[in-house]
Design a protein around this ligand. Sequence first.
Ligand SMILES: [Zn+2]
Length: 434
Amino acid sequence: MAFLTPDRVRVERIGRHTITIKEKIIPDGARATKDIASHVKKGDLVKPNKKLNNGTGKPKGVTVHNTADITPAKGTNAAEQYARATYPNGNMGGVAVHFWVWKNEIWQQLREDERGWHAADGSRRRKDHRGGQTGGNVDTIAIECIGKDPESEDTIAKLVAYLCKKHGLDPAYDVYTHNYRMHGVDKIVQGARKNCPLYILPHWNKFLDKVKEYYNEKVEPETKPKTNTLYRVQTGAFKHKSNADALLNRLKKDGFDTYMVQADGLYKVQVGAYAIRENAEAMAKRLKDKGFSAYITTESGSPVAAESANPAPKSSEPTKSAPKKTWQYYISGSLVKELQREINKQFNKKIKVDGYFGNETISALPVVRPGAEGNLTKIIQKRLIELGYSVGKWGADGKFGNATYSAVVKFQRDRKLKVDGIVGQETWKELFKK
Ligand SMILES: [Zn+2]
């Protein structure tokens, strides 16, 4: 039996999390090739082929179900297997739901604006949480949670939160249990022929709290580059280079790794640049303990070769003591130029398009997330491919889909970065390292 292959894979964001939805929508007008259920005989439509909510297509809620766990066949998962059993196999007794969920697998079989068959309430409506009238089949999106794995429940909480956001629903009112359709309550009904969602019902409110948590989760600003402030420890600034040279040589004699920069007509002698202010302060203290003056500045300047007491041979090579410039740690060339051009275009910046991945470029790097489309994603994909990570069969197509997300996650894991599938500054830097 051939497994289903999704027609489309969507990576959707909810708060700081993402979910991956594999779409295999039952074709409109598909008909049963055998008797499937009392309401779906051979030749009948296998899904209602009608829009939700009186034909408007606007869902009024989400209905959550549980169904029995299964051991999936080798090479697939339970969500795909249930979807396949529904259509094309016709082995689910005429059930048609929007989402099958198992662990982190989500398979979608109905569009979010169309009706399903899942609530056993036909076309009926009953009083809803808002005091109006809502029908399970005719007004709500159906989610089937397969089994009772906490991971599946967590995925459903994210999915419900995502659907609420997307369709303007409120997790406090618009999320229903199947039991609500049958018994009018969101809890286990003793002695009832059926309770659903069986595993979630006993802690339904806790589940709803989780949905609300995801629903309310704040998203970090999407495109603002992180500030890239460096705290520099400066020991002196001189009008005459010879004075700066003298200080620099004294520092070196005392074992400090020091360098000179030029800015505002002054020669500045600095000892280290730190991302964390405390580290800069510690260095300043060490200098003061040795009798040097020291203070912290966030300003730099252009590097100046220092005149050492024992002059190094004249050469265009950087002297041994000269600090490596940022761009020397990273690849340079046409891809970096492409990146610089794109940042300038998208964020209205004026960084120099010189092909060097330096501080100016680094501080302008945007955050690129799953679901993004465009040239920045394409650049990320090109780099991933160069580094041996597959981004799927379409290659660098500029679409941050499932395969690219997986590649980023793998890359982050390999490079011991925070694993979140999002390309922020640290991931960008790692991608462009030599
Ligand atoms: Zn149910």
